[in-house]
Design a protein around this ligand. Structure first.
Ligand code: GAL
Length: 661
């Protein structure tokens, strides 16, 4: 029987980091023990990339060094999140099994010397991964220090080699049943792509021009299933020897090689990594976007932030620093939204190797540093929040998220490069976050009737089931906003004929889109209500909906751009262009009002984030984060767990966790 709660074992929320002591020596380990106590670390992730040390040659293991570290951590009161090292096969492995190296779409076979250089579909890799997972589980499965298992690291590496091709064909046969069905699904009647034997079917390798979109979509689906199967093999090997929860750290939000809904169902606890892509307030919004997705993947169950950086913001190929105070604010931002603590990558900043310049809890400067002081302060705060363990968050708005729709917008031959799924998803979340409303993400085929408002951005691909699900949602009283370029294609990426979006959903929206008219890069258009749009426009006609704004340019002048339809007991809203941020925020504000959705904690000024965590026994905590440079008086003073005193105001940039509200 698996013990699913990690916090029971830790006696509170988790706080700690990836710990790679093999980079250091005895005096540093001694200092680590002392600094971990100071920072109130109670969980360390060990062994993520330690394969070469654990198995120096095939099937010969060396566990002595790991025994010593686990025992040392245990003696120091630090529990262990033990990783399987399979994200980084050692050089001996790739030399013995060159066929297990990643091959790029252009045929280049990569070499070792980095990490993640393996093909998940290669039988030699899969059996080596099962073997080491099993050996670790056998040795440490019931070690008293062991809190949980961390399989692999950020699954997601793709490959286009011959092993992949063989596995892809097996998957395609199971999905389509016959070559005729595959030919039909992929539309191979066009461009002379018809397959007459399974051996002719390849992964979508480098081609002269557009790749077949059905093939590209199926390849993503196949890889997702392959990744989940590889995870399951390790998980099951571990479960044969251990009753501790098993997970893998998912990477959110911009990296989408997996159907995360399906993957989350396999995890005892959802864990995710988060690195913001812009500093300042945008980073705080990114934290919330990430945390809301992570919680939603597990259906609202408690989850855990498995990695964040103390001072790492990825701005393209530049790494920017966080603002002072962000270590605490980002940590609490995740905890507010259901995380059972916060783990960092990594504990001590490397002095050599690939990630020497990546931030850490103990920086190169050592403990006498701003970063370590903030880490210590954050550890003390997290230690005071033990009573939040197991409590959850409730949301009144859902944003729809479908991996198929994401992949559909990644295929060749689309009319605009600016139909970017990830950006659309984040843009839908941001004004809701600004409005203080807590958001769940939901798959378009999920039951969503408990949400008064549902927002559907970028559902270019919409399955028949999803279209009917959303129609019913509106008919039964929901308020639904569907945004441009949605419902254009079915689950096979075949165009919807007779007008977009998909027929049953169109009924609820009371419109029919007849023609898409993408805009030039940087082109802006004005609608009749004074709002501005970009990227996309559509020629649509109403079939029962009322027009709220029309286009004012070119052939679309006077035709509907933004509509609302009363359908059943609900409302279907349709927006046919991408509104500018402020106009979109105003629209979201209007929808919140119509749907009767209030901020989670009403009465707070803009820039103050507030989320309530609820315990099953009725206890509640408000987590408040002041993102402004001003002190903010609290409408309802209460006991703050951070200071153990009555809080009347939030200091500039400050936080509070109020009990009992
Ligand atoms: C994560 C990864 C870590 C580390 C970190 C750096 O995606 O899991 O191992 O590389 O990025 O930001």
């Amino acid at each position: 029987m698996t013990t699913r709660s990690i916090t029971d074992r830790l006696g509170g929320l988790a706080f700690g980091g990836d710990y790679n002591p093999e980079q250091w020596d005895e005096p540093v380990w001694k200092e680590d023990d002392e600094l971990m106590r100071r920072a109130r670390v109670n969980l360390a992730t060990l062994g993520v990339f330690s394969w070469a040390l654990l198995e120096p040659e095939e099937a010969r293991y060396d566990f002595a060094w790991l025994d010593a570290h686990i025992d040392r951590l245990h003696a120091n009161g630090v529990a262990v999140d033990l990783a399987t090292p399979t994200a980084s096969p050692p050089p001996w492995f790739t030399l013995a099994h060159p066929d297990a190296l990643v091959v790029r779409p252009d045929g280049t076979r990569l070499v070792h010397g980095s990490r993640d250089t393996y093909c998940l579909a290669a039988p030699a890799y899969r059996s080596a991964a099962r073997r080491i997972a099993s050996a670790l589980a056998e040795r440490y499965g019931d070690h008293p220090a062991l809190a949980m298992w961390h399989v692999h690291n950020e699954y997601g590496t793709l490959c286009w080699c011959d092993h992949t091709a063989a596995a892809f064909r097996v998957w395609l046969r199971a999905r389509h049943g016959s070559l005729d069905a595959l030919n039909e699904a992929w539309g191979t009647a066009f461009w002379s792509q018809r397959y007459t034997s399974w051996e002719q079917v390849l992964p979508p390798r480098a081609t002269q021009w557009h790749k077949n979109p059905g093939q590209a979509l199926d390849f993503h689906r196949f890889w997702s299933d392959e990744i989940i199967a590889a995870y399951r093999e390790q998980r099951d090997a571990i479960r044969a020897h251990s009753d501790r929860p098993v997970t893998t750290n998912l990477m959110l939000p911009a990296y989408q090689n997996i159907d995360l809904w399906a993957f989350a169902r396999e995890l005892d606890v959802v864990t995710c990594d988060q690195y913001p892509s812009a500093p300042g307030l945008a980073a705080a919004a990114d934290v919330a976007f990430h945390a809301d997705r992570a919680r939603s993947l597990g259906g609202g169950r408690p989850w855990l932030l498995m990695e964040q950086g103390t001072n790492t913001v990825y701005d393209g190929d530049r790494v920017l620093a966080k603002d002072p105070g962000d270590i605490l604010r980002h940590t609490l931002g995740h905890i507010a939204r259901g995380s059972e603590g916060a783990i960092f990558f990594q504990w001590r900043q490397s002095r050599a190797g690939a990630e020497t310049w990546h931030s850490a809890m103990v920086p190169h400067a050592g403990p006498d540093s701003r970063i370590f002081r903030e880490v210590t302060q954050t550890g003390e705060v997290v230690a005071r929040l033990g009573e939040l363990a197991g409590s959850t968050v409730s949301a009144s708005v859902a944003v729809l998220h479908d991996p198929d729709a994401w992949w559909a917008l990644g295929v060749d031959g689309l009319p605009s490069p600016e139909l970017d799924y990830h950006t659309a998803l984040a843009r839908a979340h941001r004004p809701l976050w600004d409005a203080g409303v807590t958001v769940d993400f939901a798959h378009p085929e999920h039951e969503v009737s408990r949400y008064p408002l549902v927002v559907a951005p970028a559902l270019f691909l919409l399955s028949d089931r999803a279209a009917e699900n959303l129609r019913r949602y509106v008919a039964d009283g929901g308020t639904l906003l569907v945004q441009h370029a949605s419902g254009y294609a079915d689950g096979r990426l075949h165009a919807r004929l007779g007008g977009y979006p998909a027929a049953p959903l169109r009924e609820a929206l009371g419109i029919r889109v007849e023609e898409y008219r993408p805009l030039r890069q940087d082109e802006r258009i004005t609608l009749s209500d004074g709002s501005h749009g970009a990227v996309w426009s559509e020629s649509l006609r109403t079939e029962g909906a009322e027009t709220l704004a029309t286009y004012t340019h070119g052939m679309l002048t006077g035709s509907p751009a933004f509509t609302r339809h009363h359908y059943g007991t609900g409302q279907g809203w349709y927006l046919s262009t991408r509104l500018d941020d402020t106009d979109y925020a105003a629209l979201v504000g209007r929808l919140l009002k119509e749907a009767g959705v209030e901020p989670d904690v009403p009465g707070l000024p803009a820039g103050v984030e507030a989320v309530t965590r609820h315990a099953p026994d009725g206890r509640r905590w408000q987590v408040l984060l002041n993102h402004t440079p001003e002190a903010v008086p609290l409408p309802d003073p209460a006991h703050d767990l951070l200071t153990d005193a009555l809080a009347h105001e939030l200091p500039p940039g400050g936080c509070a966790v109020l009990r009992g509200h």
